[in-house]
Design a protein around this ligand. Structure first.
Ligand SMILES: Cc1ncc(COP(=O)(O)O)c(C=O)c1O
Length: 384
């Protein structure tokens, strides 16, 4: 291995991989609740129509901001669902949400610009900020506060280098949604400090509260300072298609387009066709899909509430539940290892989502209730 062949910024990650120990043990009866990928398949009508389009020649590069008809469908969706006027020039079709966040950071950050990330966070954010030359600054939230944003902590985190704040609601990993009150205060905060908000709006359908999902971009004064990142991965059960979109002011979209042209040129044509059909037929499958996950998170909450050494909030959005295991006296890594060794159940230690995730575990309800039942039957027998 010649580490000089690698960029110095990635050399440590190779050393970490080489020294990270044994290959993890697998069990025949393993229940894997660590994966954020829905177990159900993409709605058949999306697959059938995209297949037909591929047979009819939609197998080539597309317009670099995406098929015009898909961009139009995205604008229509924002109008009908949120009563938001989004112009065609404000839409960019991306290679899913992950690339969308990465190119967003590339588009807005100068070396040393600070980006506030609310903890616990989706774990690629800090590296995405760093890869674009920025500096992540973390603001903690806690279960006691329903994982809503602490505005005193947010104020304390702002410096003259702060450029952007990344938010994600419904949230991975906490399973909460920001209330309208939180979003309203956040909008005021962003305007007061002249910040860009990068809104990772990828679980919008999975909102179980009376307050239906409202994009922060729709709050007064926010459209001109919000970069909204949408993905077809979760709402449309299309993780493998790798397609999403960005909504932002047109001059930001033009820069994002240039960066993307130099990286991947366009999102995959067949996936864009699938996204188009998904949007056209969303009403036919959205409720069915959401209800599957809603039933699971409610079940998970009920079972976890019955375990004396667990504290847990009801899930108000997404398909994750984020209980505290603090009463066991173990860290999230120790608990997750014990759960894996003794119960053959895999979850993600909360610490992976930032410091304030410590003493929590993230359970993905991406398996059926039979599997969840078995996992909780095993888990509740653990002793400490
Ligand atoms: C909060 C959040 N953002 C972004 C992503 C990335 O999704 P994709 O790249 O599939 O659109 C995920 C995936 O789990 C996520 O949980």
């Amino acid at each position: 291995m010649n580490l000089n062949f690698l960029s110095s910024k990635y050399r440590n990650s190779v050393i970490d991989q080489a020294t990270s120990g044994d290959v993890p043990v697998e069990y025949d009866d393993l229940i894997n609740l660590s994966i954020g990928d829905p177990d159900i398949n993409t709605p058949q009508l999306i697959i059938d129509r995209a297949f037909k389009d591929a047979c009819n020649g939609h197998t080539k590069y597309t317009a670099s901001r995406g098929y015009p008809e898909l961009r139009a469908a995205i604008c229509d969706f924002y109008k009908s669902r949120y009563n938001m006027d989004v112009k065609d020039e404000e839409v960019f079709v991306s290679t899913a949400g992950s690339v969308a966040m990465y190119i967003t950071m590339q588009a807005i950050l100068d070396e040393g610009d600070e980006v506030i990330i609310i903890e616990p966070y989706f774990f690629p954010y800090p590296d995405q900020v760093k890869m674009a030359g920025g500096v992540p600054v973390f603001v903690k939230t806690s279960m006691e506060n329903n994982f809503q944003i602490d505005f005193d902590a947010l104020e304390a985190a702002v410096t003259d280098k702060t450029k952007c704040i990344i938010i994600n609601t419904p949230n991975n990993p906490t399973g909460i949604c920001y209330t309208y009150e939180t979003l309203g205060k956040l909008a005021e905060f962003a305007i007061k400090h002249d910040l860009v908000v990068a809104a990772d709006d990828i679980y919008t359908s999975f909102t179980y509260t009376e307050e239906k999902f409202m994009p922060i971009a729709s709050f007064p004064g926010m459209k001109e300072r919000t970069i909204t990142i949408n993905s077809f991965s979760k709402n449309f059960i299309m993780t493998g298609f790798r397609v999403g979109n960005i909504i932002a002011p047109d001059y930001i979209i033009r820069v994002i387009q240039t960066i993307n042209e130099n990286v991947v040129y366009t999102a995959p044509s067949i996936s864009q066709r699938a996204a188009l059909h998904g949007l056209h037929h969303f009403d036919e499958f959205e409720d069915d899909v959401v209800n599957v996950f809603r039933e699971r998170v409610e079940y998970a909450h009920k079972r976890l509430s019955e375990i004396p050494w667990v504290d847990v909030l009801p899930v108000s959005g997404s398909f994750y539940i984020f209980p505290s295991i603090k009463k066991t006296g173990l860290t999230s890594a120790q608990f997750s290892q014990k759960l894996f060794n003794e119960c053959h159940v895999r979850v993600i230690p909360g610490r992976a989502f930032g410091e304030s995730g410590e003493y929590h575990i993230r359970i993905s309800c991406t398996l059926g209730i039979d599997k969840l039942k078995e996992a909780f039957d095993r888990m509740e027998k653990m002793t400490f």
